[in-house]
Write a protein that binds this ligand. Structure first.
Ligand SMILES: *Cc1c(COP(=O)(O)O)cnc(C)c1O
Length: 422
């Protein structure tokens, strides 16, 4: 066995689970390795070169948006998006509670802004448009949603509410690349879309990476200024300062610098980021984009097999997703209908005992201590709370699951529920 396979085998044997929740081993193949090698051996720039620009224009084309900016992570895309909202003290933001904390963490520092958590649909776990509409008012400045698990939220309905009140809509698309809703891609309906290419997501750029999309040219100009000190920024000599033209290198990205310059990108209200992707990461991203359909199809096949098997088990509910919309199948979520002998904790414990690592994604954000400190608490989002505490489980779902593992998951769900019933 070669050292890499031996390392994976060792990792596997250390895991107690026959079906671990996350994939083990590299998610990359020889084409990604070759893409990185080509960048490193080319002698070309490692940052600010043509590959990132190509990756961004391919993403813009695939997603049907005019502007796509790579970022180091989805978290940094969300942070930049939040800065660009220009939230005034007293402004209100409507947000989904059923998402990963990063969706809203950049709002935590804005203690002068009021966050109102909407409730979610009990099947899709996406923001419920009726709940969003009920919370919207003239003070609503922004709406934050996620496309939970890779199935797009009813983004058209929510965008209509946003437009009615002049609020900006931020889509967290971390799960959703490869999804489609009525011919619209994630990130193409709202004002700002934030994507993740972190190692566990549907595609990855060397383990970390993100994207910020937008449609409005003014917003795009501001994203470019805030995102990046370096190649995209406009430099100009600082007024009244002596110039020493030789003080900066004359080649590459530094050509336009003169010793005393100001970064126009540093918007005084926001500061600047060094928030762009490296050439090697973008090169891997281009390969992964070519594989996106294949990777999402494999996820869809596994999810279909889970749906077919689990929907036969009395006491279990699947998402029974309408196939009108393309699901990116980042997460697989199913539900337990509590009844005599059957409860969520029991089923989850039995599944884990059988070697299937099930987890819960995600703890309702409004109940986290940092949000409770701001006055949020139980009862605010009854559906999200009920589903998380009593009904949902997330099963392992990734392209490298083998057919045997898929069969084992289905059989384990059936056997676990049966065992509890007896
Ligand atoms: C993973 C994830 C993020 C954060 O992505 P990073 O690229 O790791 O910063 C944000 N939102 C959701 C819903 C996620 O799943």
């Amino acid at each position: 066995m070669d050292p890499a396979s031996a390392a994976v085998a060792k990792q596997m044997s250390e895991l107690a689970f026959s079906v671990p929740y996350s994939s083990v081993g590299s998610v990359f193949g020889s084409e990604e390795v070759a893409a990185v090698a080509a960048v490193l051996e080319s002698g070309g720039p490692l940052a600010g070169g043509p590959i990132r620009a190509k990756f961004e224009s391919r993403l813009a084309e695939i997603l049907g948006v005019p502007y796509a900016f790579t970022t180091p992570s989805c978290s940094s895309a969300l942070e930049i998006a939040t800065q660009l909202l220009d939230l005034r003290p007293g402004a209100e933001v409507i947000a989904t509670p059923q998402t990963y904390q990063a969706t809203l963490s950049s709002l935590l520092v804005r203690t002068d802004v009021i966050v109102r958590f909407c409730d979610v649909d009990p099947v899709t776990l996406n923001a419920d448009p009726a709940s969003v509409a009920a919370l919207a008012n003239d003070k609503t400045a922004a709406i934050f949603i996620v496309h939970y698990g890779g199935l797009m939220a009813d983004v058209e309905a929510i965008a209509t509410v946003a437009r009615q009140y002049g609020a900006l809509l931020v889509e967290d698309c971390a799960h959703a690349i490869g999804a489609d809703r009525g011919g619209r891609a994630p990130g193409s309906v709202g004002d700002l879309g934030c994507f993740s290419f972190q190692g566990t997501k549907n595609i990855s750029t060397l383990g970390q990476g993100g994207l910020l999309t937008c449609r409005d040219p003014d917003l795009a100009a501001r994203v470019a200024r805030v995102r990046d000190y370096e190649p995209d920024a406009t430099f100009r000599p600082a007024r009244g300062m002596p110039l020493h033209p030789w003080a900066a290198p004359t080649s590459g990205a530094f050509e336009h610098e003169k010793n005393a310059f100001t970064h126009e990108c540093i918007d005084l209200r926001h500061g600047g980021h060094n928030g762009v992707m490296s050439e090697a990461a973008a090169a891997v991203g281009l390969v992964q984009l070519d594989r996106l359909d294949h990777l999402v199809s494999r996820r869809a096949n596994i999810a279909d097999a889970f749906d077919r098997g689990i929907s036969q088990v009395e006491g279990m509910r699947v998402q029974s997703v309408s196939h009108v919309h393309r699901h990116a199948h980042h997460l697989y979520t199913c539900f337990i209908t509590p009844g005599p002998g059957i409860d969520r904790e029991g089923v989850a414990t039995a599944l884990r005992r059988r070697g299937v690592e099930v987890v819960l994604r995600y703890f309702p954000i409004h109940l986290l201590p940092e949000w409770r400190r701001l006055g949020h608490g139980p009862g605010e989002c009854p559906v999200a709370e009920r589903v998380w505490f009593t009904e949902q489980v997330n099963l392992p779902l990734y392209p490298s699951l083998t057919d045997d593992q898929v069969a084992l998951v289905v059989e384990s769900v059936r056997a676990s529920v049966e065992e509890l019933r007896e």
